[in-house]
Design a protein around this ligand. Sequence first.
Ligand code: FAD
Length: 305
Amino acid sequence: MRAEFQERLIALLGERVRFAVPLARYTSFRVGGPAEVFAEPDTVEELRALVAFLRQEAVSYFLLGGGTNILISDKGVCGAVIKLGEGFDYSRWEETGDTAQVRIGAARPLGRFVREAIGKGYGGVEFAEGIPGSAGGGLLMNAGAFGGELSRVVVSISGIYADGILVRLPGGELGFAYRRTALPPGLIVVEIEFCLRRERSDLLMAAMLEAQRKRQRTQPHGHPNAGSIFKNPPGAYAGVLIEAAGLKGLCRGRARVSERHANFIVNLGGASASDVKALMGQIQQVVWEKDGVWLEPEVRLVGEW
Ligand SMILES: Cc1cc2nc3c(=O)[nH]c(=O)nc-3n(C[C@H](O)[C@H](O)[C@H](O)COP(=O)(O)OP(=O)(O)OC[C@H]3O[C@@H](n4cnc5c(N)ncnc54)[C@H](O)[C@@H]3O)c2cc1C
């Protein structure tokens, strides 16, 4: 990477830009190679200047949230990885009567927002108790659980295009579907606006505890993972198909299909991204041969493969 390019980035972001940064520690899977550039802008102005500069230099970028739904390749990511800094971790509440309009910075941990809402007596996001990652990543993935999903409470988002233009898009234009949105390519979400309704605190607490109990009962603990590896195909559960195919416990290198929940792959320690990817491919093949269903990854594959 050209020294002049690096110097100009440092002039823009100071110590909030680094080079050749290993990404494994920024992901819940704990695998993945380095990012050529790792930038953590703290304000909208910094972010706009950064994307404008990258565009001018024809350098691609990937937006990293909490890293809980991605598999980064062992070779890492060419170009820049942008992780929104602390300046994007906030919540602003406007409470009127029985509803609250809340604006959340995209870097705010989703779980913190959920507990804040429950603490204030507002419902609509209690299903998301226990979903790790950032509000921005949750929005992008239309995160959901136990019959709820974020799309139902999103009013609008603010985001930045690759040319640095800041836009506000209403929720109805985000193309929400099962575990995805159809946002314009390259759009970086900086803020999400939610509408929540007042509810009885005891019911909210009960829903939150129930969500915690279900996760405790069904999901693996103790080994790094990225949640559900595959989306549920229409009318079926990926985990049930994988278990019925006898794949629980199957290993590739240090990656294993969880014994506890067949739709989780766990890193036993030292797994490579290629181990995980190979295991995913093997699962897809076996389930296809047995049931004629091609499982679609929920986890996003990132970087050079
Ligand atoms: C133990 C465990 C349990 C889980 N349970 C659930 C569950 O019940 N339900 C569920 O839906 N998911 C679940 N997940 C998956 C994951 O937590 C969610 O998908 C989460 O919302 C991803 O958020 P993130 O910030 O980690 O996104 P990342 O993994 O960092 O990124 C995901 C995608 O969003 C994009 N992105 C992130 N932030 C932005 C932004 N600001 N602007 C534009 N693009 C952005 C990234 O580029 C990437 O394409 C689980 C994961 C784990 C590890």
